[in-house]
Design a protein around this ligand. Sequence first.
Ligand code: ATP
Ligand code: MG
Length: 365
Amino acid sequence: MIVRSLGVQNYRNIADGLLEASPAVNVIYGENAQGKTNLLEALWLFTGGRSFRGAKDAELVRLGQQRALASLCFYSGEREQEAEISVQNGRRAAKLNGVEKKSPSGLIGSFCAVLFCPEHLRLVKDGPALRRSFLDSAICQCRPSYAGVFSRYQQSLLQRNSLLKDIPYHAELLDTLDVWDERLAGYGGRIIRERRAYVERIRETAVAAYAGISRSREKLAFEYQCSAGGGTAGNEQQALLEALRAARREDVAAGHTSAGPHRDDLSIEINGLSARSFGSQGQQRSIVLALKLAEAAGLAEACGEPPVVLLDDVLSELDASRQDYLLNHLSGGQVFMTCCEPEAAGRMENGALFHVEGGRLERVS
Ligand code: ATP
Ligand code: MG
């Protein structure tokens, strides 16, 4: 996957910008709050996902303007493709090669990228939500149908939770819970199955990457952890259904659903000890790096070519040896990285250097 150019109009603080990319490394530098992350965010939207900052679509439009537009010209294999994303009236719309998609998520699987930003460095230390979202975001790009299943699960969960809250006042609603349990178990079982399979797929690469980064004999191990009702491979749906039924009384009392993939986690250990509780900051960073490299390798395998790698401000957070390891093990994909000083990008043999100031983008070399 190689980006040829990214054009943006009225996107965040960028009135009009065109980035003609190098197929190797593209360094975007500038002072704080000038528009560097905005450019990476615009690129990321072409994966079909939402803003990685959790922004509402309306916030993407330049203040005082009606419509933001981003266009991407990229190569997937030998094929040149053109995608377009517009944001208007708080709604994102997407086109691929001139054909309008039903929703922006219709782009999933066409343009693949891996994002690494400072927030990801908290992946090990933080609560399980960040680890679940690491798995979900990675799986979505490898298996585009996952996004639909995931969003239907979320909708069903909301419906079941609101039903649980109503039941104490309307006992007759208890009977309708069966339908929601079945629905939740159907989607939830598939999510558990996909997440488990993904963890298996990236394990070997992540373990090897950790050994390379830490240059030690420490053993990284990780496992998908089901909150309840994961069952064994192949019977996730039935096991989740049974867990939902078993927890029914407590769920009605609590007013929310206690079992299911929305409560699961990825447990991570170093030499048999929880990396979250016992890992040093350095060990935790190395694990994140190893997981991100495994994500890139997994995506390369799924797409049949390396994904575009987006490194937002992350190099300055890593020491020299981790920087080197990261840059040398990105499976040969095109890289876009942001930093405040161009020197922070390290040694760049071939590539392009861009400067951003006040939303204006200029190629420096
Ligand atoms: P840092 O080095 O601090 O990460 P950055 O160069 O990555 O900075 P960005 O996050 O890309 O900065 O850009 C932030 C700038 O964009 C801020 O000045 C912010 O006010 C501006 N901005 C964000 N959204 C909009 C918008 N919708 N309209 C206009 N300006 C916006
Ligand atoms: Mg930034």
